[in-house]
Design a protein around this ligand. Sequence first.
Ligand code: PLP
Length: 441
Amino acid sequence: MKKSFIDLQTAEKLAQKYPTPFYVYDEQGIREGIRALYRAFSWNKGFKEYFAVKACPNPFLMKLIHEEGCGMDCSSYCELILSDSIGLRGDDIMFSSNVTPAEDFEYARALGAIVNLDDETHVDFLARHGGIPEEICLRYNPGGDFSISGAIMGSPQEAKYGMTEEQLMRSVKKLLGMGAKRFGIHAFLASNMIDPDYYPTLAGIMFELAVKINAETGAEVSFVNLSGGIGIPYRPEDKAPDLDYVGAKVKEAYDRIVVPSRLGDVSIKCELGRYITGAHGMLVTRAIHVKHIYKEYIGVDACAANLMRPAMYGAYHHITVLGKENEPCDHIYDVTGGLCENNDKFAVDRALPEINVGDLIAIHDAGAHGYSMGYNYNGKLRCAEILLKPGRKAEDAVLIRRAETPHDYLSTFDFCDIIKYPGSGQEKKDGFCGDNSGEEF
Ligand SMILES: *Cc1c(COP(=O)(O)O)cnc(C)c1O
């Protein structure tokens, strides 16, 4: 049984102060998850997790994740700004981008971040925009299909990321000539993997590649970056991967491939996003309408603009009707948001307890790729984010991002006075602002 980390009483107290919908995150859960990860890889000198900022780009969360020893994995200018804003520098930042603009590389280099190159052509591009550092990472794409014990888990041949082995070897040789001294290698071959053999299988491929790079070019391979991809149990029947097993199996591959080689110490890095915050964030929303036509619909005040995964991937997110945890799931509902899109459904044909208008509903496992994938379609506003401190009391909860207001939504029109919405101060002026309605280009 999946349990909500927040009960009805706590949620109601929060909702009195911060109107629904809102995201709520569990600090204790995040910290414990990171500690379990570090324990599993404690055998590896230099092991480090870089939290994939895109999963949950909130500097308050990033700060507490950093307190547990993690760096940040960024892929864009603004994600670098977030890391910069909490004071991170140097090897506390991994910059794993693709289709990278010049100014992003320049900023990453100015912060001293470890740069992870997605393509062979980026070697010269980086040389021009930021310069070549002594330690640099290269992203590998093995092509073909990626399988674990015979089962296909992904198709790297269809993925836009990384470079072929031949390109990677050429890049290493070129970079050596440009002053690079230590190399990392990176690959991300499948996502949301609850199969505990994902990292061990990937690690085996990467350790072999490291040995090959060293043998062919003489380059020092200082780290292997296993990237993101460890999944979480979204469905009640899913099983969370056993991290101790994962760590021990990666060690087996390390002992078999790296130890007898001439590589010396190779650090393991990873860039987990979903594993770190996914299960420790929920979207809390209120039922505002109950509708009966050909099916039963529960209309809630959140929508796909707050959490896009169900609409985008048909992703399953477990739902708890708060306060009704022990009631029988004897009603079948579609739980929907208010977008003018029929895929705006958090659940389809879901067995739940009877839901009444006013009920608070917790949508589970929304802590990663949840808020961050939000958008403003249909003029919907992004909601607040709240952090539950250890102890999980409403009284100690901290607002870590306020909800958007209409002013935020309209703020990109601030170069003209066309907007006369209630409260803007412009509404008293008469008429449409004809003459100065836009910039002249
Ligand atoms: C998205 C991404 C991650 C994080 O993936 P999760 O599935 O959240 O663990 C890590 N690294 C890179 C390069 C990514 O694009």
